[in-house]
Design a protein around this ligand. Structure first.
Ligand code: GDP
Ligand code: IMO
Ligand code: MG
Length: 434
């Protein structure tokens, strides 16, 4: 087969993207889909992600390593769009090995990926500490690392090949940060002082894993293999399409998958949007469909809605159909994976927001103006709760009729076909549709 004939490609490439404000259950869905895949690649974000995978009674949380790692033999890659924290990466690598997960030889990192260094984290935390307009970041250094990338002063994996040049770039970065921190009234760089030696000490190990991620993906697809591109965060946290400025600093949406993995968009076949059957948000910024306080606490308890990276309580609310339709459009979703249906099992009624009331009238469009989003009043449709357990369901027919009616309406409002339904944390708690 000529590699120039794109149409002859027999492999399949699927993007798994968060359809809401993150924590939709992407980790679980990627883990389930990896059983049938060969390669899994992260394409953006960094250790701000917290992807939970439960296998049997064991729970794993991945921040940088792709969630496919628990399937032996599958290749797991970190694309150029990721901001890679070497210390965190090797910590996670070793923790996985210590728990019996064979990582050796299975993980590759893009030579073009930018390094996220201790001084980025320090700056992130210092800014959040003093800023009057807090974003509520995870404190993992994401904003400052992407700032350096875009300002063309970042340090990439490939730069570690020349230790002297790497050293001078690291010292420059450290000194630049020292000056910025001084402006913020912070004099003590703490652990970040040792980042030059620490990073150089890891250089050899990192370079040994360096690869051309885009090329690996292309070769896999040409060989008829299946590739998953694992998104982090979610659509409403996208730097361009999200609720700016209360967003993360990367393109979380499907367009970012091609760019951040190093392939062209024409190599992608499917885009699966992961959404909770309700919604959550952690960090600052509006959440139009937020529950009243009592229900908020109840659902937080039922769904264990505490951040996988920071442990912060997540705000909870009703399914936002306006955001879902918007997500479907900006990601070009070909299907939905609806997670955590079981969390709603005991509620007497369930709601879906189908439009927003704004001072200018009713709209079905997700507003670009975040101040307006903070003022909208959702227009809800209310459906009866099913008040029966769904946790044992493995087929659509196993679900209570009222749960199916809720999913039917959710699908219509989201204008995207449901392909998967998750009814618990475990791998086997999954329903395939169609
Ligand atoms: P991610 O960042 O999108 O991978 O999601 P997180 O791992 O941060 O948060 C999702 C949480 O929900 C994790 O604790 C999962 O174990 C859990 N989870 C995923 N799917 C389901 C489900 O269908 N039901 C329940 N009850 N929990 C789920
Ligand atoms: P996963 O991949 C939920 C939020 C933070 C904050 C904003 C910016 O687990 O879904 P950052 O540290 O990225 O500069 O923070 O984005 N945020 C997330 N919220 N899930 C995540 O990742 C998130 N990663 C960042 O809370 O509001
Ligand atoms: Mg998460």
């Amino acid at each position: 087969m000529s590699p120039f004939v794109r149409a002859q490609v027999s492999g399949r490439c699927t993007v798994v993207v968060g359809g809401q404000w993150g924590d939709e259950g992407k980790g679980k869905i990627v883990d389930v889909l990896t059983a049938e895949a060969d390669v899994v690649a992260r394409y953006q974000g960094g250790a701000n992600a917290g992807h939970t995978v439960q296998v049997g009674d064991e729970t794993f949380i991945f921040h940088l390593i792709p969630s496919g790692i628990l399937h032996p033999g599958k290749r797991c890659l970190l694309g150029n769009g990721v901001v890679l924290d070497p210390v965190q990466f090797f910590k996670e690598y070793e923790a996985a090995e210590a728990r019996g997960v064979s990582v050796e030889g299975r993980v590759g990192v893009s030579r073009r990926a930018h390094l996220l260094l201790p001084y980025h984290k320090l700056l992130d935390r210092a800014r959040e500490g003093i800023s009057a307009r807090k974003i509520g970041t995870t404190g993992r250094g994401i904003g400052p690392a992407y700032e350096d990338k875009v300002a063309r002063r970042g340090i990439r994996v490939v730069d570690l090949k020349d230790p002297e040049r790497a050293r001078s770039l690291l010292v420059e970065g450290l000194e630049r940060t020292r000056a910025k921190l001084r402006e913020l009234g912070v004099e003590d760089l703490g652990d970040a002082e040792s980042c030059v030696e620490e990073t150089l000490a890891l250089a050899g190990r990192l370079l040994a894993l360096a690869t051309d991620v885009g090329s690996e993906i292309q070769q896999a697809l040409l060989a008829g293999k299946k590739v998953l591109l694992e998104g982090a965060q979610g659509t409403a946290l996208d730097i361009d399409h999200g609720t700016y400025p209360y967003v993360t600093s990367s393109n979380t949406t499907a367009g970012g998958a091609a760019c951040g993995a190093g392939i062209g968009p024409t190599w992608i076949h499917e885009v699966l949007g992961v959404v909770k059957a309700y919604i959550t948000r952690v960090g600052e910024g509006p959440l139009p469909t937020a529950f009243p306080p009592e229900l908020d606490q109840k659902v937080r308890d039922l769904g264990s809605e505490y951040g996988a990276t920071t442990g912060r309580p997540r705000r909870c609310g009703w399914y936002d159909g306006v955001l879902a339709r918007y997500s479907s459009r900006v990601n070009g979703l070909t299907g939905l994976a609806v997670t955590k249906l079981d969390v709603l099992d005991t509620l007497p009624e369930v709601r879906i927001a189908v439009a927003y009331r704004t001072p200018e009238g009713e709209t079905r469009e997700f507003p670009a103006d975040t101040t307006v989003l903070g003022q909208v009043e959702p227009v809800y449709e209310t459906l009866p709760g099913w008040q029966e357990p769904t946790v044992g369901a493995t087929r659509l027919e196993d679900l209570p009729a009222k749960a199916r009616a809720y999913l039917d309406r959710l699908e219509e409002v989201s204008e995207t076909p449901i392909r998967m339904i998750s009814v618990g944390t475990r791998r086997d708690q999954i329903i395939r549709v169609g």
